[in-house]
Write a protein that binds this ligand. Structure first.
Ligand code: FAD
Ligand code: NAP
Length: 535
């Protein structure tokens, strides 16, 4: 029936594309609704200078198709935004996904009417379906700080997650960047190359590890292709969905010189592998302090001016308790005469003026272009923006007033037949996301097929959800992760957002086993009910 498929999938990034493919393959009719004009999600929106992935190319991709793995050639260790977008466009074409997606279509509400989901879009469209699958991403709601005066700013301003497709001309201009998370750390060195002057407004100094990006040599790429079976196995058995074996070396038991040599080797190899090279780095404060200190010393070795180096040195959170950025020439950028660092923790931004940024001290920094690399209302934000209402008209916003809770990150009590890919409470952002996404989609597809075959509807039981929320909290508390007070993992970057540790920190492999056990036991954490068809 027109506008009434079995399943509506919201979003057409890595998650939405695979969900459409998989559910179609399982014999369901599916339609995708996507706000953007094209596929790609993160890689459609984040076109800021320097945007590229931190997962390595050979595994920042789908694993579901052996043919796709073999036919796609990555050019670099970490591909840039345009290349990842081309890959996702290729996937959409290869699996003929676009025919089932409406683009430029933003969902503004989704209400369960007792039998079906009724979904309204900004352009006045309406869709109905039995199962609603959200693939809206964890990092897709741009967080632009509510600083007074943005409206009359005479220059141009942009959030990195909504970067203009035609690019932004920064050549010779006075550019300001607010934010030194993964995005700011990628964008700052590239912006500095062409800006007349670059001013970085830093609130929290960050650790960063050199990415050591390089072209992917043909023999290296061929090696990965030949090895994919083993690579995928490693990913499935890992904590973070990356194909790295976490070191089993007890670093603290090593003599000082060997410990330093181990960290130096990891530093030279670069990238997120650094974290895997240090056993217990996220659970043992002494191990973490050793690694943190090593990274701090690298900042002081790299940055010429001692005061700037110290301002760039993180001292308020242990390494990797905030998502660790990786960079290409980040700290080196501060040795340029045309780059300055402003500590906005010491002297916060008071207002944007027509000329630029004014600090509480009254100092004004005149700017032509202001870049907000200020992150996202992560995990729960994109879901709350959907205006979801479940049984009895209860809104998701009310259900999550004290913080987002789900069962397995995949469903919410009171919201029947709603499935949330990489929802809060799933390992999502703590993993290589395509790996988690495929596992979630496969699991959801199995459940939907089970519901279809038995004419059932499903929602998590409140008890299972409460147990899962407790487990998510315990898993985070077993690590050092909650020690980063300003982390978006905790919702701390968005004023007024409840402080709840959002992703599941218990590890991907463990999570996958729990999901498998749930399915094998006949979904005991879900209330499965015979469908109540509307008369
Ligand atoms: P997204 O790609 O965010 O797609 C969600 C889609 O839903 C978007 O297209 C959006 O327009 C759409 N949508 C949202 N709300 C609505 C609505 N109301 N109506 C209609 N459509 C809607 N992860 C890694 O594992 N490794 C990396 O190296 C890595 N690098 C990253 C770099 C950047 C700059 C960013 C921002 C994130 C990065 N991530 C990385 C995380 C990244 O988000 C995921 O890897 C992955 O791309 C998420 O795919 P997704 O389909 O779940 O969500
Ligand atoms: P982020 O990590 O949340 O960083 C935002 C930055 O903006 C922080 O430095 C933050 O400071 C600052 N900020 C926010 N509001 C501010 C305000 N009002 N005044 C001053 N400073 C403010 O966001 P992000 O850098 O976009 O990264 C988000 C996530 O996206 C990453 O952690 C990662 O998961 C993903 N990502 C990945 C890649 C990659 O893999 N290649 C690249 C980019 C992004 P505080 O720290 O003090 O809050």
């Amino acid at each position: 029936m027109a506008n009434d498929p079995d399943v509506v999938v919201i979003g057409a990034g890595f998650a939405g594309l695979y969900a459409i493919h998989r559910l179609r393959e399982r014999g369901l009719s599916v339609h995708g609704l996507e706000a953007a004009e094209g596929v790609g999600g993160t890689w459609y929106w984040n076109r800021y200078p320097g945007a590229r992935c931190d997962s390595e190319s050979y595994y920042y991709c789908y694993a579901f198709s052996r043919e796709l793995e073999q036919e796609w050639d990555w050019s670099e260790r970490y591909p840039g935004q345009a290349e990842i977008l081309s890959y996702l466009e290729h996937v959409a074409d290869r699996f003929d996904l676009r025919r089932d997606i409406s683009f430029s279509t933003t969902v503004v509400s989704a209400a369960h009417d007792g039998d079906r989901w009724v979904i309204d879009t900004e352009d006045g469209g309406r869709w109905t379906c039995r199962w609603l699958v959200t693939a809206v991403g964890c990092l897709s709601s741009a967080n632009v700080p509510d600083i007074p005066g943005l409206e009359p700013f005479a220059g141009e301003w942009h959030h990195t997650g909504q970067w203009p497709h035609e690019g932004v001309d920064v050549a010779g201009r006075r550019v300001g960047v607010v934010g030194t998370g993964s995005t700011g750390i990628q964008a700052i060195p590239v912006l500095a190359e062409s800006a007349g002057h670059l001013t970085v407004f830093q609130r929290t100094a960050n650790f960063s590890i050199p990415a050591r990006n390089a072209p992917l040599a043909p023999e290296e790429a061929a090696g990965y292709k030949a090895d994919y079976a083993a690579i995928r196995e490693l990913q499935q058995a890992s904590t973070n969905g990356h194909p790295f074996v976490v070191s089993d070396v007890d670093t603290l038991a090593l003599p000082d010189d060997e410990r330093r040599a181990l960290l130096e080797r990891a530093w030279e190899r670069g990238g997120l592998r650094f974290r895997a090279a240090v056993r217990d780095v996220l659970t043992d404060p002494a191990v973490n302090e050793e690694a943190s200190d090593f990274l701090r010393s690298k900042i002081h070795e790299t940055v010429d001016d001692a005061t700037t180096a110290e301002a760039l040195t993180p001292r308020d959170h242990p390494f990797a308790t905030k998502r660790p950025p990786i960079d290409t020439g980040y700290f080196e950028t501060y040795n340029r005469a045309d780059v300055s660092l402003v500590d906005v923790r010491a002297d916060p931004i008071a207002a944007i003026t027509p000329r630029g940024v004014r600090l509480e001290s009254g100092t004004e920094h005149p700017l032509d272009v202001l870049v907000f690399a200020t992150g996202f209302d992560a995990l729960s934000g994109p879901l709350l923006r959907l205006g979801i209402r479940g049984t009895g008209g209860q809104s998701l916003a009310d259900a999550w007033a004290e913080g987002a809770t789900t069962y397995l990150g995949l469903g919410v009590a009171g919201f029947p037949d709603l499935f949330t890919i990489t929802g809060p409470g799933s390992p999502s952002v703590l993993t290589n996301m395509p790996t988690s996404i495929e596992q979630h989609v496969d699991w959801i597809a199995d459940l939907v097929v089970h519901l279809r075959d038995h004419d059932l509807e499903a929602e998590p039981t409140p008890e299972a959800q409460a147990r899962w929320a407790e487990h998510v909290r315990e898993a985070a508390d077993a690590t050092l992760l909650p020690q980063a007070a300003s982390s978006w993992y905790l919702g701390a970057n968005v004023p007024g957002k409840p402080r709840v540790f959002l992703p599941y920190a218990g590890g991907f492999a463990r999570y996958r086993e729990m999901c498998d056990a749930e399915a094998a036991a006949g979904y005991p954490g879900f209330a499965l009910r015979a469908r109540q068809r509307a008369a």
